[in-house]
Write a protein that binds this ligand. Structure first.
Ligand code: SF4
Ligand code: SF4
Length: 381
């Protein structure tokens, strides 16, 4: 679907001294390599405003928002920094889709989010929490697509993307419909599950917004294993961002930032990284080798093992195990185990084995929980 409205045709801002730009799929837009995820703002509104304002001054031209982040305050916290600077900047909004969603409700939500952000239109609007199973609710008469079409006709929206947590295969089916200009998915060194989807998006000219390039802060923790695997020696968060930007099919790496240090570091990384230097295949081979060391004991976070009769959050523990054993994030894993509430902790395991019977990968969950207990108690194994 081409949804480019004839109005609002101003070019996006550029700051070539401080930022690099990439084609945003087939939209004709040049998006900044670093984009700003507005879901981690703090209570310090002066800082939030300064962050958005400085990011724009440095050439960041994509800001990801929705009314629902940060207990409903995300767009309120974003708007002051955009004041007087929003022309030439993509501010994306997002509304969810569900069986009860209608064209009318979707359109009203677009208007509501524009009102909060004090914008006249969205250059991008995302269909949020989308999945292949939601396609009928998008396409039905009087459904979400009808609402989007009216928004486009009225000049409230120019381009449409989607985001969600369906399987990579289903998301490939979604982008192959040709209905969307972009896809937003999590992607980083330790979560490459959407890599095939990103590749297909690149082939189809669909823009890719890579969320969580630093894995929600996990990759800010040092790991010699990861550095060796990708052949880089630099602060880990910078390395993580470089990996995402090295993927030629990624349009922009969307990082949730709430400190000036993070913003400055990410801008410097995005500015200094020359995608022409290549190296993506070599990095992937190094990461594949790490994963191969674990063999079949790689939790895919499918959650089929849940619920645990003892209340244990099994996937969270398995993620900690994976990040420790596969990627060498020992210190992060120890801290993560301390953060898990007592009622969801591995200490409650009675070794019933129910999880292992339900796990498609037949992971040895009981043994892995014991290994984690050893790590938490000071050992490495
Ligand atoms: S073996 Fe432990 S983790 Fe698995 S289902 Fe039983 S109590 Fe839960
Ligand atoms: S079923 Fe297995 S692979 Fe899926 S989340 Fe549970 S442990 Fe991980």
């Amino acid at each position: 679907m081409s949804v480019t409205a004839p109005s609002h045709g101003e070019p996006l801002i550029r700051g070539d001294n401080s930022m690099r730009y990439r084609p945003f799929g087939k939209t004709g837009l040049q998006v900044s390599a670093l984009s700003f995820g507005c879901m981690r703002f703090s209570e310090d509104q002066d800082l939030n405003t300064a962050l958005v304002s400085k990011a724009i001054d440095c050439g960041v031209n994509y800001f990801e928002t929705t009314r629902y982040y940060i207990n409903g305050s995300c767009q309120h916290k974003t708007a002051p920094g955009l004041a007087g600077k929003a022309a030439g900047v993509i501010v994306s909004g997002k509304e969810g889709i569900n069986p009860n969603q209608t064209a009318y409700l979707f359109l009203r939500e677009i208007e509501r989010q524009l009102d909060i952000l004090k914008l006249t239109h969205f250059k991008f609007f995302q269909v949020g929490w989308f999945s292949w199973a939601m396609m009928p609710h998008l396409l039905k008469r009087g459904g979400v697509l009808d609402g989007i079409r009216e928004a486009v006709d009225r000049g409230l929206v120019q381009h449409i993307g989607f985001t969600g947590h369906d399987s990579p295969e289903n998301f490939i089916k979604c982008i192959e419909t040709g209905l969307f200009d972009s896809i937003t998915v999590p992607y980083n060194m330790i979560n490459r599950s959407y890599e095939p989807t990103i590749k297909r998006a690149g082939e189809l000219g669909v823009g890719v917004v890579a969320m969580c390039p630093v894995a929600g802060g996990v990759l800010a923790w040092d790991s010699d294993k990861l550095k060796d695997a990708v052949g880089m020696d630099m602060p880990q968060a910078a390395m993580a961002l470089r990996f995402v930007l090295a993927n030629p099919d990624v349009s922009t790496a969307c990082s949730g930032m709430n400190t000036m240090e993070q913003l400055d570091r990410n801008i410097a990384t995005a500015r200094d990284f020359d995608p022409a230097a290549g190296g993506f295949e070599t990095m992937c081979e190094g990461l594949d080798r790490l994963r191969a060391e674990l063999g079949d004991t790689f939790c895919t976070a499918c959650r089929y093992c849940m619920p645990c009769p003892q209340g244990i959050d099994i996937p969270r523990h398995m993620q900690a195990h994976r990040n420790w054993r596969c990627f060498g994030l020992d210190a992060w894993a120890r801290e993560e185990l301390k953060r898990i509430p007592a009622e969801q902790s591995l200490d409650n395991c009675d070794r019933c084995g129910a999880c292992e019977e339900k796990c498609p990968g037949r992971l040895g969950v009981r043994e892995m929980l014991e290994e984690l207990a050893g790590l938490r108690n000071g050992g490495k194994k």
